[in-house]
Design a protein around this ligand. Structure first.
Ligand code: SF4
Length: 391
C-alpha cells in the first residue's frame, strides 16, 4: 500500500514515483509506467492502467490517484475558443481555455500588424513561423490555465481580481487542467503552447507553479518545450528572480504591465505599490533570457485610464533596451466593472507610437467574447461576489 505521501499522486516526479512503488513492493519500471500513464497518456484512473499488477492498481486507488478536476461546464465560442469550467475535488471551480491558432482567419481590425491569437505569448512563434513557411497552422492550440481559485492581486480590469483569493491550486490541479484540455482537443488539433494566464497569479503560488512547470516539460510526460510554456505575472519581483534562477530563463515570461508610470500602474494593479516599476524593470533586465528570446509585455488598454499616445510614448521610454514584444489588449468588458475598452482609433494610435519606435507590437483580438473567455469570467458568473473597484 502507498504511504500517504505529501505530494499528491499527479504531482509526483518519476523519482518520487520510484519511492512510492518501492513502498508497495514494486520495481523501478512500474514508476516509469505510472508516470507515463498519467502524463503521456492522460490516464489517471488506476483501473485503466492495464499493464500494472492488480494489487498495485488497488494500492494506487487507495493512495488517492484519480481524477482531480472534472468538467462542470464547457462552452464553445463562434471562433472555436473553448472555455472549460473545471470542478475540483473540494467543489471549488477553476477555468481553463483552449485557444486554437487561427492565423490566416478573418480579422475584425484593419491594422496589418494585428495578430489573431489571444493572450497567448507563446503562440507568437507559431504564427510567425507559419507566416514565413506558408504552412497550414490551424490545428495548433494554446491552453490557458489557472493557478489559484480567485486571485489576491485585485487588478481592477480583471474578473478574478474582483473575486479575491479562495485558495492556491496544487501542482496536481494545475497539471490536471492540461491533461483535461488535451483530452478535449478536436480531431487534428495539437496542444502546442501552455500559458499561465488564467485565474490567479502563478508566482504567488510559486512552489506549485514551479513543480507543474517541471512536470509539463518532462520528456517522459507531456513533454512541452519550455519555450512553449509562458508564465504571466503581475510583477512579483522576488519570484521573477527565482523563476529565472530555477529554470535558467528558459520558461517564457510575460509581464502584465498595463501602465508606464507608478501612479497609474498602482491604480490598476495594487501589487505595484509593493514592487514599483524601477524594481520590476531591474528584475526584467536581470532575467537570464536565452538569446533571441523576448519577454512579452501585456498591456491592457482601458478607456480613459492608460490608452492615450502620451502613455504610449512613456511605455516606449520605459522599455527601451529590453528584449520585448508588446501585446496590446483592448480590455474585455466585465459586467462587474464600469471600465471598458478604448475605441479602435485610440488603439491603433497607441500601437503606431510603439511601432514607430521599433517595437514588435501586436493588437490582440479578444477571443471567445461570447463565452466569457477572459480571465476569471466564467468562474465569476453565477457566483455572488462583492465588487471592489480600485482607482
Ligand atoms: S490580472 Fe492576473 S494577477 Fe491581476 S487580478 Fe487578474 S488573475 Fe490576478
Amino acid at each position: 500500500m502507498i504511504a500517504k505521501a505529501e505530494t499528491p499522486p499527479i504531482a509526483r516526479t518519476p523519482e518520487e514515483w520510484g519511492e512510492a512503488v518501492r513502498a508497495m513492493g514494486g520495481r523501478g519500471f512500474h514508476a516509469r509506467q505510472i508516470f507515463r500513464w498519467i502524463h503521456a497518456r492522460g490516464v489517471t484512473e488506476p483501473d485503466k492502467m492495464s499493464d500494472l499488477p492488480g494489487a498495485m492498481r488497488a494500492a494506487l486507488t487507495e493512495g488517492g490517484l484519480g481524477q482531480v478536476v472534472a468538467i462542470a461546464e464547457e462552452r464553445r465560442a463562434a471562433d472555436d475558443t473553448r472555455k472549460i469550467l473545471g470542478r475540483l475535488r473540494d467543489g471549488a471551480t477553476i477555468e481553463t481555455v483552449l485557444i486554437p491558432n487561427v492565423t490566416g482567419g478573418k480579422s475584425s481590425l484593419p491594422n496589418p500588424v494585428e495578430q489573431d491569437a489571444d493572450a497567448s505569448a507563446a503562440a507568437d512563434d507559431d504564427e510567425e513561423a507559419a507566416a514565413e513557411t506558408g504552412a497550414d497552422p490551424v490545428t495548433r492550440v494554446t491552453q490557458c490555465i489557472s493557478t489559484q481559485v480567485g486571485c489576491a492581486m485585485g487588478c481592477v480590469f480583471c474578473a478574478s481580481g474582483q473575486a479575491g483569493l479562495k485558495r492556491h491550486l496544487g501542482a496536481d490541479e494545475i497539471v490536471a487542467q492540461v491533461l483535461l484540455g488535451r483530452s478535449r482537443l478536436d480531431p487534428g488539433e495539437q496542444l502546442r503552447n501552455v500559458v499561465y494566464m488564467g485565474m490567479g497569479e502563478p508566482l504567488h503560488n510559486y512552489e506549485a507553479t514551479a513543480r507543474s512547470l517541471a512536470l509539463l516539460t518532462h520528456q517522459d510526460g507531456i513533454g512541452l518545450s519550455s519555450r512553449r510554456v509562458t508564465v504571466s505575472t503581475s510583477g512579483l519581483v522576488p519570484e521573477i528572480e527565482r523563476l529565472g534562477k530555477d529554470f535558467g530563463g528558459n520558461i517564457g515570461l510575460a509581464i502584465s504591465l498595463h501602465a508606464a508610470d507608478d501612479e497609474t500602474r498602482s491604480r490598476l494593479l495594487p501589487i505595484n505599490k509593493k514592487y514599483p516599476l524601477p524594481k520590476l524593470m531591474a528584475a526584467l533586465r536581470a532575467y537570464p533570457l536565452p538569446s533571441r528570446r523576448r519577454i512579452t509585455i501585456e498591456y491592457t488598454l482601458v478607456s480613459g485610464r492608460n490608452d492615450n499616445v502620451d502613455e504610449a510614448r512613456k511605455l516606449s521610454r520605459l522599455l527601451r533596451g529590453l528584449p520585448v514584444k508588446i501585446n496590446l489588449i483592448p480590455m474585455n468588458p466585465i459586467s462587474e466593472s464600469a471600465l471598458g475598452p478604448p475605441d479602435l482609433s485610440s488603439v491603433l494610435a497607441f500601437q503606431q507610437v510603439l511601432c514607430d519606435d521599433g517595437y514588435s507590437c501586436f493588437i490582440r483580438r479578444r477571443r471567445g467574447d461570447d463565452v466569457s473567455a477572459a480571465c476569471g469570467q466564467l468562474a465569476l458568473a453565477g457566483a455572488k461576489r462583492k465588487i471592489r473597484l480600485v482607482g
